[in-house]
Design a binder for this molecule. Structure first.
Ligand SMILES: [Ca+2]
Ligand SMILES: [Ca+2]
Length: 231
């Protein structure tokens, strides 16, 4: 009986481990599908550069017609396929001098990301920044991460220009798509350029039914093994 109890405890531990939530972790987004409103070119300033884990490569949105983007009649945006559904814990952004002045971070949980130009309202806003002043050439030395959103703590820090207001949704949101949507440039630069974005998140996936079935089969097998040993 003692052996049987030990085996049951062991199986219970296996089942619990299968169902335990994954810890928050930095997601490697290199190679994931990236979609942007525009890109200046596909070699030197392409959209994939924002998620390639390299702070020396950047994306540049296409140059806007004079005054169009700063006037707020046009948006610049970029979104990435996270590969699975996550609760967003932290987002860090390395910005170029053509930084977003007014922008939101948004998530969407679903098979197909809504088009930010025609269906922005379907995305869930998790952070809003307004009124960043002309960033000039940024702080010296470059702090690498110019803007950090910590959704667990509900805080925001910025090192580029001066931000008038920042709103962060505590706990972030859940989605398999993450969008940065900007309606205004930070100053004299009428494009939008980002070096890198890092996303720390917690997978929301529940154990697959097959995983639980395997655990159940294991339980039955171990009970059978324990009984045979007792004879
Ligand atoms: Ca990069
Ligand atoms: Ca930087």
């Amino acid at each position: 009986m003692k052996n049987c109890t030990m085996l049951l405890s062991l199986v219970a531990m296996v089942v619990l481990a299968a169902g335990a939530a994954a810890p928050a972790a930095l997601i490697d987004l290199s190679g994931q599908t990236v979609t942007a409103e525009s890109e200046l070119d596909t070699i030197n300033w392409n959209k994939e550069h924002v998620f390639d884990n390299d702070h020396a490569t950047r994306w540049v949105g296409g140059y806007a017609p004079q005054n169009e983007y700063p006037a707020g009649t046009h948006s610049r945006w970029i979104y990435v396929d996270l590969g699975a559904s996550y609760e967003i814990d932290k987002v860090e952004i390395d910005m170029e001098t053509a930084a977003p002045g007014d922008y939101t971070l948004r998530v969407y949980d679903g098979a197909t990301a809504p088009d930010p130009d025609t269906d922005l309202g379907s995305w869930t806003t998790i952070a809003t920044i307004t009124g960043r002043s002309d960033a000039g050439y940024g702080a010296s030395p470059d702090p690498v991460w110019d803007e950090t959103f910590d959704f667990d703590a509900g805080t925001h820090t910025s090192h580029l220009g001066t931000v008038i207001s920042a709103s962060v949704v505590s706990g972030g949101g859940t989605g398999n798509w993450l969008l940065l949507h900007s309606t205004k440039s930070s100053g004299n630069y009428d494009g939008l350029s980002l070096w890198e974005m890092d996303v720390t998140a917690t997978a929301t996936a529940v154990p697959e039914p097959s995983t639980l079935a395997l655990a159940a089969f294991g339980l039955l097998g171990l009970i059978g093994f324990g009984r045979r040993r007792k004879r």
